[in-house]
Design a protein around this ligand. Structure first.
Ligand code: F6P
Length: 539
């Protein structure tokens, strides 16, 4: 079984209804569900049979998935275009395993973790005070992409675990209005700043850091405020010190931690400052347990492997090009954005590891929003357009608000959507329904086509027992591994992101053209847009 034979396999699936699979197998729910670390996955609403699933397991075997998992976890250089290992998983391992995998390099990693934990303790206890001798109340975290999304998703998910009394504000986008809004509410005398940039060369982050630096210098009486109130997380210690952060306040990262997988490193410092060391360790523990499950469980019950294979089935056999991520829990509202980056930046590729053009498609377009909001927006298209959009519904069984009836209604809506997307409504059903309501036959024939719904949209439903640091850690690790497995099967390198480079290069050329530099290499359209922009600025 290989990728090229996958579309042949899908003929039967294309013409059958998912609901028929339930009648054919009364135990389908038991057979098509699995659980681990506070997570339960129901994939019975996928359009797939046992025979097709076993072909997918064979595909995983042909792709040497077991060897590739071992290669990743043992630190082989699997990111071949950047000549790097991919070892974010080591950051959530017990120290003895860190030593086994990293050898003496583990000392630096463990020392960094200890340093980070001390910073968290010192700041939250008040042992480390601001330049004016006050206790810190707020943290500004400046970073973008992988140096932002993980922190953002965890900060919002773990609101009930914000126990240290510190408030974190994340700044990512290079939009002055967004920064001004945040700074206007903050007091320089009690605000700690953390610049997070693996490379310390990212335009947006550096510009934002400079703006925050100027704000702090302007409003602070102590000219050494940057030395006293700024931290950085980076692999580029030289650039971070040149910027003005004291070397002792720079926490290192390593090239084997990819940006979008870096929450588990010192990148998580703003989060740890807000939820405390114990909760941060629980987050890593949950991820570690998912890592163990991923490495040691047969594919048939292996949650990341199953989700990856089902995604491949939908993308390559059934040829659905999108994936909706619909958390029905306010705490997970940042998850769709986070997964957009982890999935699309990792697997949005079209050449193989060895540089050959692939004969198959890779990552789907990932989008989503917290429910029920999406129901009143894009879900119309999911129910009635011709495109089938596979969906991951994510729910916390235990609500975290004091309004239990809200939680029940929320969950009812979630379950209703997966049911509706799967069942749809045929023309005959609509006609019967209208007739039963006493609608005239001419009205029925006019209205009925507008009221039919295609159905047959596959979905996973992931139930979290509750939102907790452990469960969130497990959930994020689940998706990380799913994405890795898909990359293995698609034969791509999931750990580089060369695609973002052209935009960065052209961004610099355009900036220079806006400032009077050469513009003739740009298209007439871009030259015109620059002219109009400059004109409006100079008015
Ligand atoms: O978007 C490209 C990217 O390189 C991401 O992979 C990365 O997470 C982000 O930019 C930020 O990079 P850095 O942490 O180096 O500032």
């Amino acid at each position: 079984m290989d990728m090229s034979s996958l579309s042949q396999l899908s003929k039967a699936a294309k013409s059958r209804s998912i609901t028929s699979l339930f009648s054919a197998d009364v135990d389908r729910v038991d057979n098509y569900s699995t659980s681990k670390v506070g997570l339960y996955l129901d994939f019975s609403k996928q359009n797939i049979t046992n025979e097709e699933l076993s072909q997918l397991f064979e595909l995983a075997n042909t792709s040497k998935l077991t060897d590739k998992i071992k290669a990743q976890f043992s630190g082989e250089m699997i990111n071949n275009t950047e000549k790097r290992a991919v070892l974010h998983t080591v950051l959530r391992c017990p120290n003895e395993i860190k030593r086994k995998i990293l050898g003496t390099h583990a000392d630096e990693v463990i020392a960094t973790e200890q340093h980070m934990a001390e910073i968290v303790d010192d700041i939250s206890s008040g042992a480390l005070l601001s330049a004016s001798g006050e206790k810190f109340t707020d943290i500004i975290a400046i970073g973008i992409g992988g140096s932002y999304y993980g922190i953002k998703v965890a900060l919002s998910a773990l609101k009930p675990f914000h126990t240290t009394g510190l408030n974190a504000h994340v700044i990512a986008n290079v939009d002055g209005a967004a920064i001004e809004d945040k700074l206007a509410k903050l007091n320089t005398a009690t605000t700690l700043v953390i610049v997070i940039s693996k490379t310390f060369t990212t335009q947006e982050t550096l510009l934002n850091a400079l703006a925050v630096k100027n704000w702090m210098l302007k409003h602070s009486e102590d000219p050494c405020v940057i030395e006293k109130q700024w931290f950085a997380v980076s692999t580029n210690i030289v650039k971070a010190t040149e910027f003005g952060v004291l070397e002792k306040n720079i926490l290192p990262m390593w090239d084997w931690v990819g940006g979008r997988f870096s929450l588990w490193s010192a990148v998580g410092l703003p989060l740890a400052l807000v939820i405390g060391n114990e909760n941060f360790n629980k987050l890593k523990q949950g991820a570690y347990e998912m890592d163990q499950h991923f490495q040691n469980t047969p594919f048939e019950q292996n949650m990341p492997v199953l989700m990856a294979l089902l995604g491949i089935w939908n993308r390559n056999a059934l040829q659905y090009s999108s994936l909706a991520i619909l958390p029905y829990d306010h705490s997970l509202r940042a998850l769709p954005g986070y997964l957009q980056q982890t999935d699309m930046e990792s697997n949005g590729k079209s050449v193989s590891n060895s540089g050959e053009k692939l004969a198959w498609k890779t990552a789907p377009t990932v989008f989503g929003q917290e429910g029920t909001n999406g129901q009143h927006a894009f879900m119309q298209l999911m129910h009635q357009s011709d495109d089938i959009i596979p969906t991951d519904f994510i729910v916390c069984l235990k609500g975290s608000s004091d309004l239990p009836s809200h939680h029940q209604v929320l969950i009812a809506n979630c379950f209703a959507q997966s049911e509706a997307l799967m069942r749809g409504k045929t023309l005959a059903e609509v006609e019967d329904e209208l007739a039963a309501a006493g609608v005239m036959s001419d009205v029925i024939s006019r209205l009925a086509p507008h009221k039919t719904m295609k159905g047959n949209t596959p979905s996973n439903t992931l139930l979290l027992d509750e939102m907790s640091p452990e469960n969130l850690g497990a959930l994020l690790a689940l998706y990380e591994h799913k994405i890795f497995v898909q990359g293995v099967i698609w034969q791509i390198n999931s750990f580089d992101q060369w695609g973002v480079e052209l935009g960065k290069q052209l961004g610099n050329s355009i900036l220079s053209a806006m400032n009077g530099g050469e513009a003739s290499m740009l298209s007439a359209s871009s030259q015109n847009l620059i002219k109009r922009f400059n004109h409006s600025v100079n008015k």
